[in-house]
Write a protein that binds this ligand. Structure first.
Ligand SMILES: Cc1ncc(COP(=O)(O)O)c(C=O)c1O
Length: 426
């Protein structure tokens, strides 16, 4: 019955989006499956956006969507925020791609080091993936070891994706995969490879792997194991840094050696950061004892630097981040209440939320591994039908332009949608 309901949903979707269908058919001629970002591909075909403002998207067929995907957490400030627009306009006036230093990069670095207690120094990259590649490389070089300990379901970029049993295009780091929230599995790995594990890389909340919060004591336990074994602790805060002014780490009270950032801080432009302890970061200082080059044509691209300067300087204030966190906690509880009546549940932390078709506790990626995801896909389509855009695999992300009224719209759509899914035989 779920399959029939999905087929009907595809038909209903296609009937309303003929222009998107044509554009997608043309795109398929030149792009594998018509897209250049796998996560945006869904059945029967993705709609094509014509414009966006605040927390709303309009597609080429004239349909409007309330945006609760927030570009998978990039869109914290919503679409076209004035502060970023003005910063970009100033760059257009003065020029870009100097092949030389501009003042903004040091200013952005200063603002980040001021916010993140664990950051003595930072370097910029073009993406979160690249930031993680640099972080792992710095950690392994410093420890003079070869293995990276990661977690099942951990997503650190297109080339650093660690879901057991799923094919990947990963770079060939020697990865040891443990289970999230299972400190014993980490202890066992260290017992087996005490001299080889050079770093532990993890998200303070398993993000793309299901938006699963870390249990109390899990991150502290990992901190201790890293210290006992001479291993570098890397927090990937590409998603979770939005939890407070000083990131997820400030809320949790655990200090990593290196941290990576990206997404929303760049205001919607390509952006990544690796930052942390001076001793580790100085490996890429010129003339140091161990002096590695770390280059990248776009590391200081002026648009990203200007956008992140505006974001850090005016948008991402302590009070706006605290309010977003509180609103997220509240909305997730309300969503969870609505979903549980129909055998679903909501997971997440602060302004990041996941929906799952099960009511049993979810603490690690394997708790989700065997689940039929079709109910989530149907939920996604039913939300779209009600004008609300979320992630195809059951993600919702809050942004600043949303209001109590849009939250109510989101919740009503969720309630109606999950009822349809339940009726379809879930
Ligand atoms: C936690 C986390 N790390 C890293 C990345 C990769 O960032 P980017 O897509 O900018 O390369 C992502 C992207 O979704 C992410 O969620």
């Amino acid at each position: 019955m779920i399959t029939t309901a999905l087929d009907n949903a595809y038909r209903r979707y296609a009937a309303k989006r003929p222009i998107s269908e044509q554009l997608h058919a043309r795109a398929r001629t030149f792009l594998p499956s018509g897209t250049t970002r796998s996560v945006l591909d869904f059945d029967p075909y993705p709609f094509t956006v014509a414009s966006a403002a605040g927390c709303r998207l309009t597609d080429v067929d004239g349909l409007e969507y309330l945006d609760y995907l927030g570009d998978y957490s990039v869109g914290l400030a919503g679409h076209n925020p004035a502060a970023v627009r003005e910063a970009l306009a100033a760059v257009l006036e003065k020029g870009w791609s100097f092949g030389a230093v501009a003042a903004e990069e040091a200013e952005v670095a200063r603002m980040l080091c001021e916010r993140f207690e664990s950051m003595d120094l930072v370097r910029f990259t073009s993406s979160g993936t690249e930031a993680n590649l640099v972080a792992i490389s710095l950690a392994l070089k410093a420890a003079d070891r070869s293995k990276v300990l990661v977690f099942d379901g951990g997503y650190h970029g297109g080339f650093l994706s660690f879901s057991r049993g799923r094919p990947s295009l990963n770079v060939p780091f020697d990865a040891v995969i443990c289970d999230y929230n299972d400190l014993d599995s980490v202890r066992e790995a260290f017992a087996q490879w005490p001299e080889q594990i050079g770093c532990v890389l993890l998200e303070p909340m398993l993000g793309s792997g299901g938006r699963i919060q870390a249990d109390a004591g899990f991150l502290e336990g990992i901190r201790t194991l890293c210290d006992e074994n001479g291993s570098v602790l890397v927090f990937d805060e590409v998603q979770t840094s939005r939890m407070s002014y000083g990131g997820g780490q400030a809320l949790l009270g655990v200090r990593p050696d290196l941290t990576t950032l990206g997404k929303y801080i760049g205001g919607g432009l390509g952006f990544g950061v690796v930052g942390g302890a001076e001793k580790l970061m100085l490996q890429i200082a010129r003339g140091g004892e161990r002096s590695y080059d770390h280059s990248g044509t776009f590391n200081n691209n002026r648009f990203s630097m200007a956008a992140s300067s505006a974001m850090l300087g005016t948008v991402l204030t302590r009070s706006s981040l605290d309010a977003l966190f509180e609103r997220g906690e509240d909305l997730r509880k309300r969503a969870d209440h609505v979903l549980r009546e129909h055998g679903f549940q909501a997971t997440g932390w602060g302004s990041l939320m996941g929906f799952h078709p099960t009511d049993t506790p979810i603490r690690r990626a394997s708790d989700l591994a065997g689940l039929d995801r079709r109910p989530v896909e149907l939920l996604f389509h039913e939300m779209l039908e009600r004008g609300v855009y979320t992630g195809k695999s059951g993600f919702a992300t809050l942004s600043l332009p949303q209001t109590p009224e849009t939250d109510d719209h989101f919740l009503t759509a969720l309630e109606e949608s999950v009822r349809v899914v339940a009726k379809a035989g879930f």
